[in-house]
Design a protein around this ligand. Structure first.
Ligand code: NAP
Length: 280
């Protein structure tokens, strides 16, 4: 029930209609009986400054930020958490005393998803990350914190190299290298324990994860797809058929949401209630 005292939250993106965050957070607020409501906020790139001022002016408690605005909101934050600064992406905003505080909870989302599926068995194991955008930067930092040697492959080689530089600064003890996209072969995946698709490939309307990668998956791999939707992605379906263990993007979505929920409410997120609305 929305009342005269309800605190508002929302998700800023373009598009946002597909987002599962409203249903997930509203389920969480309902489970704890919190007087809060979460709404989709479709914002075009040119309107970001006005939208952020609007959050403050309208008394929002905060917001999530999604594709393609996670980097664009950064300069408008009054305060940035170190992780958001490191990966140059804000996915969670907390409004406190008319000030915008920027966080990145995607990193915690990655840690949560992998810990739920694999416990601590991936610590120190080698990983291949395909992609070098915002999600890939969060994945790389989370994996580096699990002491996992990293190989990064991206369509645009210079962006992959920038991510390698980021990891070498943030986690100098963790080996991290980039490889050209053409090296996405069985030779590259052999010897990896974890394979991550951190590109947009596999999203509705985007292309497919290349066969050169899909065809190299084996029962020895854990395969994690950050892309999520209402059905299992084709990449994960193929991975499962190869005998690989799979981790889906919904687990990461839940993990990042739980962390954001706790920042906004000061309360532990009711994970079961939030997970239930994501079940396919
Ligand atoms: P982004 O910053 O725009 O990065 C996109 C990445 O995909 C880049 O590495 C880009 O390569 C690559 N790419 C795009 N089109 C490609 C193509 N045709 N061939 C090869 N590579 C291509 O986007 P993002 O924020 O990282 O988001 C990536 C995905 O992660 C989205 O599906 C998003 O919904 C998902 N995500 C999920 C969660 C979750 O909680 N599960 C959280 C965050 C994001 P170039 O550098 O060459 O352009």
């Amino acid at each position: 029930m929305i009342t005269g005292t309800t605190r508002l939250l929302g998700i800023i993106g373009d598009p946002v209609a597909h987002s599962l965050s409203p249903v997930m957070h509203n389920a969480g607020f309902a489970a704890l009986g919190l007087d809060m409501a979460y709404v989709p906020l479709h914002v075009a790139a040119d309107d970001i400054p006005a939208a952020l001022n609007g959050l403050v002016a309208l008394g929002f408690r905060g917001a999530n930020v999604t594709v393609p605005h996670k980097g664009a909101v950064l300069p408008f934050m009054d305060w940035l958490h170190d992780d958001a600064r490191l990966v140059q992406a804000v996915n969670t905003i907390v409004v406190d005393d008319h000030r915008l505080h920027g966080y990145n909870t995607d990193i915690e989302g990655v840690r949560y998803a992998l810990a739920q599926a694999c416990g601590d068995t991936l610590v120190g194991q080698p990983a291949l990350i395909v992609g070098a955008g915002g999600a890939a930067r969060a994945v790389a930092l989370a994996l580096a914190r699990m002491s996992m040697p990293l190989t990064i492959v991206n369509r645009t080689a210079s962006t992959a190299q920038r991510l390698v530089d980021l990891i070498q600064t943030a986690a100098p003890a963790v080996p991290c290298r980039s490889l050209p996209w053409v090296d996405l072969t069985a030779a590259t995946t052999a010897g990896q324990r974890l394979i991550v698709n951190a590109t947009t490939l596999g999203m509705e309307g985007a292309g497919k994860v290349p066969a050169e990668l899909v065809d190299t998956l084996t029962a020895g791999h854990v395969v994690f797809d950050v892309v999520y939707g209402h059905a299992e992605t084709e990449f994960l379906r193929r991975a499962r058929r190869s005998g690989a263990e799979t981790v889906d993007g919904l687990a990461m979505l839940l993990g990042q949401a739980a962390s954001a929920f706790e920042l906004w409410t000061g309360q532990r997120a009711p994970l079961e209630a939030m997970r239930r609305v994501l079940v396919r």
